[in-house]
Design a protein around this ligand. Structure first.
Ligand code: ADP
Ligand code: MG
Length: 696
């Protein structure tokens, strides 16, 4: 292994490589495109493509691909080699500007949520020069957006870029109102902490549920789980440590700023956190990180589980989306600044976020909704399905005093001056820690904690950018026409706090009291994906997305359909896997155990007629009853995934999967787990929870 600084970014066509390999003029033109979103001249594209190809070949690449993120939630790639035939049956290596800028994959097999019916099946990929090209497995990967021929987004990157534009536009209006003339752009920044499980690969391969669905569908509780709290931040075991080391190196080569690694709460659970970067790049890099996590695991005879809830009874895995906005001059707008004016500006941004989150709780909930994450939200390990904001007692005090028009006083603290006299001063370090809030202010950023570990972070960031852009837009509208800026500003913040403070909750979000309290406050509690999704297509949301230029009405509807369809499909696969496992493995195991017990009882009786066979009889009776019951439940489960009736629409179908199919799966599991606890170890067909959780 070389030194880290040399290794870092060695597989990335990054700024320093561009500077080295491109003619000065081309480099400048490309930089302008990357930084200001200016369209690229085709002649420039040819020069860039050629330099990219030369660089990639030097690094051993033979192929290129337009790397994109269709609505499957994972990435897609189709590899083309650089070869081009010339005379004498020879080939040369070619890569043109046209191939760099645009690709035409057949879009017909990607989910389009009805967009295909309305528009052409063909789609095209378009180079996103703001995210660096990189080499993976001998292929030059070019990050691209994926759209239909009519321009409808078929992916996660396009709306993310649009949402970044929207917030840029609105935040710039605010900055100009505050007299900021240095900044030219506002960028959203994201750091996503990624949780995962690592288990032994040989054990993984024995579990069809893990293979087909990513989670265990059965498993009796082991004697030891996470009760001792001895795993969190514990010493990293050698095998895991070797894995993490190689993972870091692979990520560094790809220019990913892997920074922190540690053991998490559940046995076999770990976390990786990168240093934040722009939302767009962070999204690409998080997708890559998940891919590399899995790949490196295989090399260590491990399997990396990214499912939100691989094991019942211990913590599931989430992803914390740390989000902030900063200027191109490097000023974090969520950091109370040095000047009074900056602090007033900070309070305005804070107010915009409070308004946005309160008005659009539904969209934040939808952005994290999936069959997998439904197992976590509200399960005492993750925030509940209720969206709220934590800002800490001190900032709360500041907002309260604005609302009441009173002075805010705190002893023994360094106070910050705020230009607007009527706004209170507040202490510089006003961030208490809260670990239970779904959306917590952590000093200079917000941490959105409802994300499941598998989800692409694109959607949560699309939502955050869009709703906050919209609130900033309303504020800018009002402030631009204000006669007296300061008094309008104060009034705006006061009004916002008054109207939206119900979304702020600084207490324990895991408590039952909060669920009650939230209900009294009128906050949404959308427990499942099927409950949340209908809000996606409400008139208000369509209007919001259209106004901010992020989604058209058709695009929203297509996403709504895809997310619901996906939810149904996942539960469908889980149900079928369960049926299969019960019939092929669990019942046969129970039967063979029963056979041996009965044989033994008969043998014993033959030897000695009045011998006690109470153990055998009790076990047999119990297992016999449970097995028959499990069989019945399985038949019912099987029939419920082949319903006779036609569903009115995909929403009705999702509700059915949630209320009927999923409920029946839970029933079947409970019995199977009881059977597991009775059957002898060597009869049981799979590694148990104990085996899996303590396998590494
Ligand atoms: P935690 O205390 O939740 O474990 P960490 O320190 O592990 O937090 O992670 C915090 C994450 O927030 C890191 O990924 C970090 O890079 C990111 N972060 C820090 N500042 C910003 C910012 N301005 N914008 C976005 N993300 C940020
Ligand atoms: Mg965190």
């Amino acid at each position: 292994m070389g030194k880290v600084p040399e290794m870092f970014g060695s597989m990335v066509f990054n700024d320093s490589v561009m500077k080295e390999k491109l003619p000065k003029e081309t480099y400048k033109a490309l930089k302008k495109t990357r930084e200001e979103g200016k369209p690229l001249d085709p002649s420039v594209a040819n020069v860039v493509a050629n330099a990219m190809k030369e660089w990639a070949i030097e690094k051993g690449a033979t192929h290129f691909t337009h790397w994109f993120q269709p609505m499957t939630g994972i990435t897609a790639e189709k590899h083309d080699s650089f070869i081009y035939p010339v005379e004498n049956d020879r080939v040369i290596m070619e890569f043109s500007g046209k191939e760099l800028i645009k690709g035409e994959p057949d879009a017909s097999s990607f989910p389009s949520g009805g967009l295909r019916a309305t528009f052409e099946a063909r789609g095209y990929t378009a180079w996103d020069p703001t995210s660096n090209a990189f080499i993976k497995d001998g292929t030059l990967c070019i990050p691209t957006a994926f759209c239909s021929y009519g321009g409808e987004a078929l992916d996660k990157k396009t709306p993310l870029l649009r949402s970044m534009n929207a917030i840029n536009k609105q935040a710039m209006r605010i900055l100009r109102l505050f007299g900021n003339t240095d900044a030219n752009r506002v960028i959203t920044t994201v750091g996503s902490e990624q949780e995962y499980f690592l288990i032994d690969k040989a054990m993984y391969e024995k579990r069809k549920d893990l293979i087909y669905t990513g989670r265990t569908l059965f498993g009796a509780k082991p004697p030891k789980g996470q009760e001792l709290e001895d795993h969190y931040f514990g010493v990293i075991k050698p095998r895991v440590s070797a894995y993490m080391k190689e993972l870091d190196e692979e990520l560094w080569k790809l220019g990913i700023l892997a920074k922190t690694k540690h053991n998490e709460v559940a046995p076999s659970q770990h976390e990786l956190a990168p240093i934040f970067t722009t939302a767009n790049v962070a999204t690409d890099q998080n997708q890559l990180t998940m891919e590399i996590m899995k790949k490196v695991a295989t090399k260590h005879n491990l399997t990396c589980l990214l499912h939100e809830k691989p094991f019942a009874g211990v913590n599931g895995s989430g992803k914390h989306n740390n989000w902030s906005i900063s200027t191109d001059t490097g000023v974090n707008l969520l950091e109370p600044g040095d000047s009074p004016r900056e602090n007033a500006q900070f309070l305005l941004f804070l107010a915009a976020i409070i308004k946005a989150v309160d008005e659009h709780q539904d969209l934040l909930r939808i952005s994290v909704a999936s069959a997998g994450n439904d197992h976590r939200l509200g399960a005492n390990e993750a925030p509940p399905a209720i969206v709220s904001i934590f800002i800490g007692d001190e900032l709360m005090g500041v907002l309260k005093s604005i609302e009441d028009g009173t002075a805010y006083k705190q002893k023994d603290k360094a106070f910050m001056k705020i230009g607007v006299d009527v706004l209170p001063t507040f202490p510089k370090d006003s961030t208490d820690r809260n670990r239970t809030s779904p959306f917590a202010f952590t000093g200079n950023k917000f941490e959105f904690r409802m994300l499941g570990s598998t989800v692409s972070i694109a959607c949560p960031n699309i939502m955050l950018n869009t709703i906050i852009a919209d609130a900033l837009c309303d504020f800018a509208d009002e402030l631009e026409k204000a006669e007296d800026f300061n008094s309008t500003l104060t009034e705006l913040i006061r009004k916002t706090v008054k109207e939206h403070k119900r979304i702020i909750f600084n207490g324990n979000n895991y408590s039952d009291e909060w669920v009650e309290e939230a209900k009294r406050r009128g906050l949404l509690n959308l427990r499942s994906t099927a409950d949340a999704l209908p809000y996606y297509i409400s008139d208000a949301n369509v209007k919001l997305f259209e106004k901010q230029g992020v989604f058209s009405k058709t695009e929203i509807h297509s996403r709504y359909e895809i997310q619901l369809e996906n939810y149904c499909k996942q539960i469908h696969i889980e149900a079928l896997t369960m049926v299969d496992m019960v019939k092929k493995d669990i019942l046969p195991a129970a039967c063979s155990y029963m056979k041996d017990i009965s044989k033994e009882a008969i043998n014993k009786k033959q030897l000695c007629a009045d011998i006690c066979c109470e153990l055998e009889e009790t076990l047999l009776k119990k297992l016999s009853t449970l097995s028959a019951e499990l069989y019945k439940k399985t038949v019912v489960l099987k029939s419920s995934v082949e319903p006779e009736k036609e569903f009115k629409d995909v929403l009705e179908q999702a509700q059915y999967y949630r209320n009927t199919v999923f409920a029946r799966m839970e029933d079947a599991r409970a019995i199977a787990d009881e059977i597991e606890s009775l059957v002898g170890r060597k009869y049981w067909p799979y590694p148990t929870y104990g085996d899996l959780l303590f396998s590494v």
